[in-house]
Ligand binder design. Structure first.
Ligand code: ASP
Length: 602
């Protein structure tokens, strides 16, 4: 037997017991003629005491960090207890030991505060995974996985695997493709999600399906994306939106309880997409704090009427003017407001400048545009923005889309400054009633906001059927019927992050065909790409809908981290490389030959 106990389990009550431990050498401390060794395994650290005789042996054949050893001995109470670790009351007086394997000197120190930089730790990820900080994330991931399976199982869902080698039907992201040797010149694609398969399973009658499944998207990687990532993918039959929302807020609450011991008893808030954009400038607002947006002017129309009486060119020339009232910041210095101005001028935010009003505690108002607004007008503005004494009103002006996004970013930035985004406070939100279509100005066509299988809201189905998608005047696409159609789709948002999204699906062949046509697909193209689904809809497809959660992101938020990479055992870097195994890589001439592929590298 290699071990009778783990390195995490010995307590005072085990005193005098004979035990055998096995693990990795964390530290070696020689103390005169004796030696202390901290031995580590997945479960913890136990102090070993090597007596004089064994220390002499160590002098002849020294151990090093990360050597794998086995040690036999007696558990004994420590005189110098370590209150920081659960095994800190005891040590093992070693009687014999054996080196099971040596270790080269690790490229970085394997401890909580490591000296290894990001790249080095990724290259030696198998060593990084030994560190507590990473291990606790991997364990949390497993806890979320297990809770998910428990809840879904209890609710009648079954896990059904779907294929990874499928047909390429790019919509949204680019597909990863896999050449077929047996069908030379043809390619599989890796699934961006099991969307069509889970819908086919509904046609097959498996009315509650789930899978914790890898998905693949060949996107240019933004900071916190992975080319392969994991979804909790679910689908249900004979349901309406309400059934889905109830079932899956139940799942998240169950995970909260099991993983974080949090009783999320409050009602999960709901908000329409229109309201989210209007009040927060964002379709995934963080509602742990208020700071709602005041809309002074939108698309050229002055909603705050005083704007008609003033002639501040910045406001007059802008399409949109929006404001937030930041509590407790009216005493910001010139330096601080300058800093904020620089912040909104950065290219990522892209604003020309920042206007502000200080709502002083004594009731006076001081703005950065006093030349253009008299006291009465400033007072009206403070009222319109629903500010209170002590607030600093921050105002942005510019093009609608950019300005709305900027005020949302600024809102989050100010909340960060004020410590209003506490990682241990969790607030869920459903966002519903998304637009079904988005207009792609470059391609001059409609694209599906979620995906082309999403149903319009019941009341908008007629609008879709009875109107031609063609746009005569692309400038005015917002006036087209299709711009107003709402989707039977929903996102679940946790602390300002979209953790999941889904929709009620189209389940009738003719409506699905109409959808493909609206997206600019010819009948032949629709048949070529999705004939299997259209065909299946002819054989008794039940009404159905579903959702998919971003599993990596959910774990990261529950672990209080910004980065999903920390919660994936073997992640890829920002250029999509696995630097540990060095992938992607070239393949042999012979392999290419078998695939009948010739490279023509640009
Ligand atoms: N398959 C969708 C996605 O990956 C989720 C869904 O509609 O269920 O976003």
């Amino acid at each position: 037997m290699y071990r009778t106990k783990t390195c995490g389990e010995l307590r005072l009550s085990d005193s005098q017991k004979e035990v055998t431990l096995a693990g990795w050498v964390q530290t070696i401390r020689k103390f005169g003629s004796i030696t202390f060794i901290d031995l580590r395994d997945r479960y913890g650290i136990t102090q070993l005491l090597f007596n004089e005789k064994l220390t002499e042996q160590l002098d002849k054949n020294p151990l090093g960090r990360e050597f794998v050893i086995q040690a036999k001995g007696t558990v004994s109470e420590r005189s110098n207890k370590n209150k920081n670790i659960p095994t800190g009351d005891v040590e093992v007086l070693v009687s014999e030991f054996k080196v099971l394997n040596k270790s080269a000197v690790p490229p970085f120190t394997i401890q909580d505060d490591t000296d290894g930089g990001d790249d080095l730790r990724m290259k030696y990820r198998f060593l990084d995974l030994r560190r507590n900080a990473v291990k606790k994330n991997i364990e949390l991931r497993y806890a979320v996985n297990r809770a998910t399976r428990e809840y879904l199982h209890q609710n009648g869902f079954i896990d059904i695997e779907t294929p990874f080698l499928i047909k390429s039907t790019p919509e949204g992201a680019r597909d990863f493709v896999v050449p077929s040797r047996m069908n030379a010149g043809e390619f599989y694609a890796l699934p961006q999600s099991p969307q069509t398969f889970k819908q086919l399973l509904m046609v097959s009658g498996y009315d509650r399906y789930y899978q914790i499944v890898k998905c693949f998207r060949d996107e240019d990687l933004r900071a916190d994306r992975q080319p392969e990532f994991t979804q909790i993918d679910c689908e249900m039959s004979f349901v309406e939106q309400e059934d889905i929302l109830q079932t899956f807020e139940g799942l998240v609450k169950y995970i909260f309880k099991e993983v974080k011991n949090i009783d999320y008893t409050e009602k999960v808030e709901r908000m329409s997409w229109d309201d989210a954009m209007w009040n927060y400038g964002n379709d995934k607002p963080d509602i742990r704090f208020e700071m709602k947006v005041a809309n002074l002017k939108v698309e050229g129309k002055n909603l705050f009427e005083e704007l008609n009486q003033t002639d501040f060119p910045v406001f007059n020339n802008a399409e949109t003017v929006v404001a937030i009232s930041v509590p407790g910041c009216s005493d910001y210095s010139r330096k601080q407001t300058d800093e904020l101005t620089e912040w909104v001028k950065r290219p990522q935010i892209g604003m020309g400048g920042l206007a502000f009003v200080k709502v002083n505690n004594d009731g006076t108002l001081k703005s950065s545009f006093d030349k253009f607004f008299n006291a009465e007008q400033l007072k009206a503005l403070a009222q319109y923005s629903k500010s209170s004494p002590g607030d600093l009103i921050l105002i942005l002006a510019g093009r609608e889309e950019r300005t709305r996004k900027a005020i949302s970013d600024l809102r989050l930035h100010m909340a960060d400054r004020l410590g209003l985004r506490k990682p241990d406070e969790f607030k869920l939100l459903w966002v519903t009633d998304f637009p079904l279509f988005e207009y792609d100005e470059e391609g001059n066509r409609w694209v599906a906001r979620h995906h082309p299988f999403t149903s319009p809201k019941p009341e908008d189905i007629e609008v879709m059927i009875n109107n031609n998608p063609l746009i005569e005047n692309a400038e005015n696409y917002l006036d087209h019927h299709y711009a107003k159609i709402k989707a039977n789709a929903y996102d679940i948002v946790l602390n300002g992050n979209e953790i999941g999204g889904g929709s009620i699906r189209i389940f009738q062949r003719d409506l699905q065909e109409k959808m493909f046509a609206a997206l600019g697909m010819s009948k032949e193209e629709a048949q070529h790409k999705f004939g299997f689904l259209l065909g299946a809809f002819e054989y008794g497809a039940p009404p159905h809908g579903g959702i998919a959660f971003g599993f990596d992101r959910l774990c990261a938020i529950l672990g209080g981290s910004e980065s999903i990479r920390d919660f994936i055992a073997f992640p890829k870097n920002n250029s999509g490389r696995d630097v540990m195994i060095d992938a992607p890589s070239t393949i042999d001439e012979k392999q290419l030959d078998e695939l009948q592929i010739k490279l023509d590298l640009k």
